[in-house]
Design a protein around this ligand. Structure first.
Ligand code: ADP
Length: 483
C-alpha cells in the first residue's frame, strides 16, 4: 500500500474515533441534561399535586374524621382533569399500598410503591408501550390518612431527540470524514512529494544515469534526506568517473606497453633471424648482434622501470628526517663523471622528511632527463638547434626551504617541452620525441616513476618549460606535521 494512502487511512481512523467519541459524548450530555430537567419537572409536578390533594382534603365535610376512599377518588379524578391535553396520569394508593384510583392510560407497574415511604419521594424512568415516562411516587398526608400519589410524565420526546441527535451526528461525521479524506489526500500528496522525487532519482541512477539529482523542495527532514542523497550521488559520480579514468589510463598503459614491447622485440627477432638464416660477413654480424644487444638492454631497462613503478605504487615508504646536504653530496658524487654537462648543485641545509633512496631515484631521473635535453646538438620540435645560449649544457639542482616545506628543483636550459605535451609526459610510456627518447634507451617511464614516488611523499611534480629555453622540474616535500 502506498505511504500516502497509509497516511490518509490512519488520519481517517483517528478522525473517525475522535468524531465518534465526541459526538456520542455531546449528544448524550444533551440528553442527560434534558432528562434531568424533565425528572425535576415531574417531581415538582407531583409535589404540587400532593399539595393540591392535601388542600382539597381540608374541604371535606366535618362529619368525616378520616378521609373516605370515595372522596379520595373524587379528588383524584379532579386533579387528573386539571392536566393539559388528555389530562394527567396518576394513581392513588392507600396506607397498605392498595390501589384506590388509577387514571386511564396509567400503565406503570407497582414497582415504585414498595420503595416509597412517608418521608421519601422516588422516581424512575420507564418504558411502556413504546413510550418513555418519568414515573414518580410521593406520600400524601390528608385527613389522618397516608396515601401514595404516583404520576407518569411522558418524556418520549427527549428520547426521540437523542435518536435524532445520533442520526444527525452520524451524517455530520460522514460528511466531515469525506471532506477530511479529500483534504488529507491533497496534504499527503504534498508531504510525500520529496519521497516520490527521491524514488525517481534512485531509479534513474540505478538505470545508469549518475548525473540525475533529486529536486530539493523542502527544508524539513525529507529535504535534508534529499540533500544527503544528492551529496552521496555526487560522491558516487566522482568515484565512478575516477574509476572510468583509471580504467582508461590502464587501457592506455596496456596499449603503450604492448607497443613499447613490440618495437624492440621485432628488432631482436628480425636481427636474430637474419643471423641464423644468412651467412653474414663479420661487419654485418657485429652490427646485428649490436642491435640485438642494445634493444635487449632497452627491454631490460624498461622492465626494471616497470618493476620500480609497481613497487612504488604498493610501498608504504617509511619517511625519515634526512639532512638534505647528504642527499646532494650523493648526487654530486654520482654525476661527477658526467663531463659533457655542467651540473651545479646548491642547497640550503635542512632536515626534511623523506625516503632518501626514493627521492634519490626521482632526482637521478630528473637530472638524467635534464642532461639529455641539454646535450649539444639537441633540437626542438622544428629541428632547430636550440642549445646555443650561455647557459647551454648547464643543469642546476637546487634545494631551499619555502612556505609549506622544502622545494627541490632541477633546471635545464635545453630543448624545453611544448606546452601541449607538458601534462602528458608524466604518463607512462609517453615520450615527446619517440625516436630520440628510444635512441637514449628511454621508454617514457622515468617521470611516471617520479610521480608515483612523490605521491608517497604527498607531493607532485611541477613542470615549467618553454621550447628552446629549457625546463624546470620541481617538487615540495612537506614538513612532517602535514604528512
Ligand atoms: P624517458 O625514459 O623517455 O626519459 P621520462 O618519463 O623520463 O621518459 O620522460 C618522458 C619524456 O619527457 C621524455 O621522452 C622527453 O621527451 C620529455 N622530457 C623529460 N624531461 C625533459 C626535459 N628536462 N626537457 C625536455 N624534455 C623532457
Amino acid at each position: 500500500m502506498k505511504f500516502s494512502i497509509k497516511l490518509v487511512l490512519s488520519t481517517m481512523i483517528v478522525l473517525a474515533l475522535a468524531l465518534g467519541f465526541s459526538g456520542f459524548y455531546f449528544v448524550n450530555y444533551v440528553f442527560e441534561t434534558s432528562l434531568d430537567r424533565e425528572v425535576g419537572q415531574a417531581l415538582d409536578e407531583s409535589s404540587i399535586l400532593s399539595f393540591a390533594f392535601e388542600t382539597a382534603a381540608l374541604n371535606v365535610p366535618l362529619k368525616y374524621s378520616v378521609l373516605p376512599d370515595s372522596v379520595v377518588e373524587e379528588i383524584a379524578s379532579k386533579l387528573e382533569m386539571g392536566g393539559q391535553g388528555d389530562g394527567r396520569l396518576l394513581r392513588i394508593a392507600d396506607e397498605e399500598k392498595n390501589i384506590l384510583y388509577t387514571s386511564n392510560g396509567f400503565t406503570a407497574d407497582e414497582g415504585l410503591l414498595p420503595q416509597t415511604d412517608q418521608h421519601t419521594k422516588s422516581y424512575r424512568v420507564i418504558r411502556a408501550q413504546d413510550r418513555f415516562y418519568v414515573h414518580t411516587c410521593v406520600a400524601i398526608n390528608a385527613l389522618n390518612r397516608i396515601l401514595y400519589l404516583e404520576t407518569m410524565k411522558d418524556v418520549t420526546e427527549v428520547f426521540t431527540e437523542r435518536s435524532l441527535g445520533f442520526s444527525l451526528y452520524r451524517k455530520v461525521t460522514l460528511v466531515m470524514l469525506l471532506t477530511g479524506m479529500v483534504i488529507m489526500l491533497f496534504i499527503a500528496s504534498l508531504l510525500t512529494k520529496p519521497i516520490r522525487l527521491l524514488t525517481r532519482a534512485t531509479r534513474e541512477m540505478a538505470a545508469g544515469d549518475y548525473r540525475y539529482r533529486a529536486r530539493q523542495i523542502s527544508r524539513d527532514e525529507l529535504g535534508q534526506l534529499t540533500g544527503d542523497f544528492n551529496r552521496m550521488a555526487n560522491a558516487l559520480e566522482e568515484n565512478i568517473s575516477k574509476l572510468e579514468e583509471e580504467i582508461e589510463a590502464r587501457e592506455e598503459f596496456m596499449g603503450a606497453f604492448a607497443h613499447e614491447l613490440k618495437t624492440p622485440l621485432t628488432a631482436i627477432i628480425g636481427y636474430a633471424d637474419m643471423l641464423r638464416s644468412h651467412k653474414l660477413d663479420e661487419e654485418k654480424s657485429i652490427m646485428s648482434a649490436n642491435y640485438i644487444y642494445t634493444e635487449g638492454k632497452r627491454l631490460e631497462a624498461m622492465s626494471f622501470r616497470l618493476l620500480d613503478i609497481i613497487v612504488a605504487k604498493q610501498d608504504e615508504a617509511q619517511l625519515m628526517e634526512t639532512p638534505v646536504g647528504e642527499l646532494f653530496s650523493y648526487l654530486r658524487e654520482m654525476f661527477a663523471e658526467k663531463k659533457e654537462t655542467d651540473i651545479r648543485f646548491s642547497c640550503e641545509e635542512a632536515m626534511v622528511w623523506m625516503e632518501a633512496n626514493l627521492i634519490k631515484t626521482v632526482l637521478v631521473n630528473l637530472i638524467d632527463n635534464a642532461c639529455k635535453a641539454s646535450e649539444v646538438g639537441s633540437t626542438d620540435g622544428a629541428d632547430r638547434d636550440v642549445v646555443g645560449s650561455d647557459m647551454a649544457g648547464v643543469v642546476e639542482v637546487s634545494g631551499k626551504a619555502v612556505d609549506g616545506g622544502y622545494r627541490i628543483a632541477v633546471r635545464d636550459y635545453g630543448i624545453g617541452i611544448p606546452e601541449t605535451e607538458q601534462n602528458k609526459i608524466v604518463k607512462a610510456f609517453y615520450m615527446v620525441d619517440k625516436s630520440r627518447a628510444r635512441s637514449k634507451n628511454g621508454a617514457g617511464l622515468g617521470l611516471a616513476l617520479c610521480a608515483e614516488i612523490l605521491k608517497i611523499h604527498h607531493s607532485e611534480l611541477r613542470i615549467e618549460s618553454k621550447v628552446g629555453e629549457g625546463s624546470c622540474f620541481s617538487f615540495v616535500l612537506a614538513p612532517h606535521s602535514n604528512l
